[in-house]
Design a protein around this ligand. Sequence first.
Ligand SMILES: CN1CCN(Cc2ccc(Cn3ccc4ccc(-c5n[nH]c(N)c5C#N)cc43)cc2)CC1
Length: 237
Amino acid sequence: MRVDIISIFPDYFAPLELSLIGKARGTGILDLNVHDLRTWTSDVHRTVDDTPYGGGPGMVMRPEPWGQALDAVGDGTLIVPSPVGKPFTQADAYALAALDHLIFACGRYEGIDQRVIDDAASRMPVREVSLGDYVLFGGEVAVIVIMEAVTRLLPGVLGNADSLTEESHAAGLLEAPVYTKPASWRSREVPDILRSGDHGKIARWRRDQSLSRTASRRPDMMAAYPLDQLDKADKKA
Ligand SMILES: CN1CCN(Cc2ccc(Cn3ccc4ccc(-c5n[nH]c(N)c5C#N)cc43)cc2)CC1
């Protein structure tokens, strides 16, 4: 997968040189290129913003540098993090992980001139996405989150493929609590069932824990959970 990230703060993406994303870049699974938007400015001050037409607070990112930057990186699927974007989900991560070329446009200030998005949409798919109902300074942090969510789905990135099959947001429920050694820590014991060796009972215990956690913390996920799956779980465990 080729990824181009365009930002006025390219150093924000140093974390993408670390850990499993860094390894995916090293092994060629991920071809990640970070670009400084100011490369495509032509004035001495390397200006990327200007006052908004119609008035209002703050500044808006000028279209010219963005148009030239997007022309330079070529066509793919353009992802634009935005406070007014569609909420980004695990399903979106799976969809993006299946694509060959992602382009991320990191806005700042009050956002990017709308004509940049409209112009790009005339020649490639454009997705305006939001991480959630809170306000960030710009798109960079959102791109780091999306890059983690997408990269871990790429074949060869996660060592243990099982990690993907048992994920809560993929399976529709929150995961059960996890434990490791020692069996007793600060007088707190690991649930006996997990040390029983009875895999059927362990699977049922985990399912019950997932259901109770999801019901209390994410009733929205519970409402969407197919009821027949609950019956199957009972019979299987
Ligand atoms: C008077 N009001 C008029 C409305 N504005 C709205 C507004 C406009 C820009 C910004 C800053 N910003 C610039 C680019 C950019 C990209 C993503 C995000 C972002 N925030 N939250 C998410 N989940 C995000 C994601 N993904 C924020 C961004 C913040 C708030 C505020 C002032």
